[in-house]
Design a protein around this ligand. Structure first.
Ligand code: ADP
Ligand code: ADP
Length: 231
């Protein structure tokens, strides 16, 4: 589903930073793939190179057979409908309700109000926010806010969900419930999930396979049980 081949990323500026060095990864359809590493290791850069929020300096990024690095403008917007993303700090619009936050990306796509309703009410049900549609983000707990983030990401029927430290701002119990929801969505919607985290527990909880990144290099990769089981 996702093929990264010889990806490098150099941030230009007074001091050049090589954030990723010749990374190759293959993520299969339907799996939950984790990338773990310390702060500054390159996790965020790596996950953003999948949807071209960052452009790799060199290398190839295939998502569902499409070469992402060659896309821009409308073609990139169109392909990004296949790639949802959720964030550590949720990135919700504070002046809009739960319903409006989830509807917003579809409005931008020009979808009709009826179509939007039909599309997002079942999604808000899956994330258990049906009784919160008219609340504003400030009236929600952290876990509820992230469930809005998840619903918004699912609204365009993506094949891939990118999770950028999605549970790092949440307490352990809420983290567990969000991870269970992600697992549930992965199974029900056959969604491929890529998540980055600095927390081992997150990887152990839901990932099928994991890559360990350090200094922009993948130093280990494999099934979670192989990588994290002490000999
Ligand atoms: P992580 O997500 O693992 O914390 P990042 O991908 O954010 O790592 O960062 C990897 C390296 O790239 C770090 O050295 C960081 O300082 C640098 N970096 C990240 N974003 C930028 C940027 N926009 N400009 C310059 N350097 C950056
Ligand atoms: P973070 O909090 O993880 O550092 P940013 O605050 O830099 O992320 O947010 C990146 C921007 O990209 C946000 O404004 C967000 O709304 C937008 N965005 C969200 N999902 C996508 C997507 N699938 N593709 C492109 N851009 C997105």
């Amino acid at each position: 589903m996702i093929e990264l081949t010889h990806i490098s990323k150099v941030y230009d500026g007074p001091n050049k930073v090589t954030a990723l060095k010749d990374i190759s990864l293959s993520i299969k359809e339907g799996e939950i793939f984790g990338v773990i590493g310390q702060s500054g290791a390159g996790k965020s850069t790596l996950i953003r190179c999948i949807n071209m929020l960052e452009r790799p300096t060199s290398g190839s990024v295939l998502v569902d057979g499409v070469e992402m690095t060659k896309l821009d403008g409308n073609a990139l917007r169109e392909q990004r409908k296949n790639i949802g993303m959720i964030f550590q700090h949720f990135n919700l619009l504070s002046s809009r309700t739960v319903y409006e936050n989830v509807a917003f990306p579809l409005e931008l796509q020009g979808m009709s109000k009826d179509e939007i309703r039909q599309r997002i009410l079942p999604i808000l049900d899956i994330v258990k926010l049906s009784d919160r549609l008219d609340n504003y983000p400030s009236q929600l707990s952290g876990g509820q806010k992230q469930r809005v983030g998840i619903a918004r990401a699912l609204a365009s029927n993506p094949k891939v969900l990118l999770c950028d430290e999605a549970t790092s701002a949440l307490d352990p119990q809420t983290t567990k419930s969000i991870l269970e929801l992600l697992k549930d969505i992965n199974e029900k919607l056959k969604l491929t999930i890529v998540l980055i985290t600095h927390e081992m527990q997150v990887i152990k909880e839901i990932c099928d396979r994991v890559a360990v990144i350090e200094g922009g290099i993948i130093i280990e990769e494999g099934p979670v049980l192989d990588v994290f089981t002490a000999p």
